[in-house]
Design a protein around this ligand. Structure first.
Ligand SMILES: [Zn+2]
Length: 81
């Protein structure tokens, strides 16, 4: 699967917020955001994910997915430090 470019990520972030992406796409967006300074400067990733979690609080699977992606993101970022 080809990596996402910044334009694709910027388009997908809105779907991201509405939990409309498939888990596979979510992984691609997460990996891009974790490794792209341009996008990371563009989005406060923790805030984006907190919004996902809040919006999906009545939908357990979506909330769990968002939590899982956020912890994966932290793993990737910790690894780089
Ligand atoms: Zn980017």
């Amino acid at each position: 699967m080809k990596p996402l470019d910044c334009d694709e990520v910027k388009r997908n972030v809105h779907e991201y917020l509405h939990s409309e992406l498939h888990e596979q796409d979510l992984d691609l967006v997460t990996a891009h955001l974790a490794n792209c300074d341009s996008c990371e400067g563009h989005y406060d990733i923790e805030i984006v994910f907190n919004q996902v979690i809040q919006r999906s609080c009545d939908e357990a699977p979506a909330a769990e997915l968002a939590e899982r992606v956020l912890s994966k993101l932290r793993e990737i970022q910790d690894h780089e430090d």
